[in-house]
Design a binder for this molecule. Structure first.
Ligand code: ASP
Ligand code: MG
Length: 405
């Protein structure tokens, strides 16, 4: 008998009616002769509400207690699901994170899974019981409740699937798969049948919020194929798999964009050893994450240094940069919040050359100026003026042959 892990996100369990709908889906999978382990999120909006409540009391709620609070969201849905399945005549049991023996480190609100001793889950499977596990939560060695960071149920699901060596891991979410671009801005975006773990990691870090990044890392490490799909219809979604399953032979599998960017430039700073660290260390010490960095040399031992941050970090980063700028006699420190990052991603880039050239040509043909460039082995990103984002994504989508796959 196959063991199937199914994870349902907040939208899929957002009301009693939807919980009943999902219960029928679980029951059907079970009736087809499978063992089913279900991982659930909280009902949509619930985690946000709980955070807001705590923040109404105090700006920085104690993190240990926040985890106790947030874990209630998933506690509610697993109980309701088990009640529903039992009322339909099925054997079902709900388990909280610690009952499923999901051991994590002690970093409240962003804990990492260390180990899953799935003995209890395995025993229940043997008794032909449907197991409903609360996603997003675990417990540390002391037994304190922890949560895995926003979107953490995805990671719970893939980790449980790895621990019990499940035959498949289905993630039911509010999109029906992984697309070649955001369908909201690119009408010709296509659903991918397959995507590689590494591509998915790049896409997730670029802002395509389909799966929590850590769940993809887990999938890659333990080779768990992840099927991303929706609970609102029966259609197949996208399989996130490793390299050997190839796929559609694409050079570029996706074009992503991220408007949540800002850049800061320090003009005419002395070009001497230690200057980049002098500028960037205080930014890092303030906990602000720098994405791209570029340094251009001017004449006379002067240089311009530009870096990008997320929009929410723009103001504090600019303030720090201005202070450093004064200390090192920069001519001026300027910033720009109206920028966006567009990227092309694909493992096919490893065996094809000319991808960067094609990307630059395509943007040039649309008269879009490139402000910054960064690359990895399987990704090329350009920072452009925010107002050209849609145009850039559409043009790249066409140029890399993704309109008709
Ligand atoms: N309920 C949690 C959140 O909203 C975890 C999840 O849904 O994956 O982040
Ligand atoms: Mg999610």
């Amino acid at each position: 008998m196959a063991v199937i892990v199914q994870k349902y996100g907040g939208t899929s369990v957002g009301s009693l009616e939807r919980i009943q709908n999902v219960a029928r889906r679980i029951a059907k999978t079970f009736d087809q002769g499978n063992n089913v382990v279900v991982i659930l999120s909280a009902m949509s909006g619930v985690t946000d509400n709980l955070i807001h409540m705590a923040e109404k009391i105090t700006e920085f709620p104690d993190k240990r207690e926040l985890d106790v609070l947030l874990a209630t969201g998933e506690q509610t849905t697993v109980a309701l699901m088990a009640i529903t399945l039992k009322s339909m005549g099925y054997k079902a049991v709900s388990l909280l994170g610690y009952q499923a023996e999901i051991l994590t480190d002690s970093k409240s609100t962003k804990a990492r899974i260390l180990d899953i001793k799935a003995t209890r889950i395995m025993e229940l499977i043997k008794e032909k019981t449907i197991v409903i596990v609360a996603g997003f939560q675990g417990a540390d060695e002391k037994g304190d409740i922890t949560t895995l960071g926003r979107g953490g149920s995805d990671t719970s699901a893939v980790a449980v699937a790895a621990a019990i060596k499940a035959d498949s891991c289905e993630i039911y979410t509010d999109v029906d798969g992984v697309y070649t671009a955001d369908p909201n801005i690119c009408k010709r975006a296509r659903k991918l049948k397959y995507v590689n773990y590494e591509e998915m990691l790049e896409m997730a870090s670029l802002g395509a919020k389909v799966l929590q990044i850590r769940s993809v890392e887990f999938g890659m490490k333990y080779n768990v194929p992840i099927h991303v799909r929706t609970s609102f219809n029966e259609e197949e979604g996208t399989m996130v798999v490793n390299d050997d399953v190839n796929m559609e032979q694409l050079v570029v599998s996706g074009v992503t964009h991220n408007k949540n960017q800002a850049r800061i430039t320090l003009r005419k700073v002395p070009d001497r050893p230690g200057i980049a660290s002098k500028i960037l260390s205080p930014i890092a010490e303030a906990g602000l994450i720098v994405d791209m960095i570029i340094q251009n040399t001017r004449q006379g031992n002067m240089t311009d240094l530009t870096f990008t941050v997320e929009k929410k970090d723009y103001k504090p980063a600019l303030e720090i940069a201005k202070k450093t700028g004064k200390e090192i006699n920069a001519e001026e420190v300027v910033g720009d919040e109206n920028i966006a990052k567009v990227s092309v991603v694909g493992v096919g880039m490893r065996s094809h050359y000319g991808v960067a050239a094609k990307m630059f040509e395509t943007l040039a043909a649309e008269n879009i100026n490139i402000l910054l460039i960064s690359t990895s082995e399987i990704r090329i990103s350009c920072i452009i003026d925010e107002k050209y984002t849609e145009l850039a994504v559409q043009a790249l989508h066409t140029a890399f042959g993704l309109d008709n796959i």
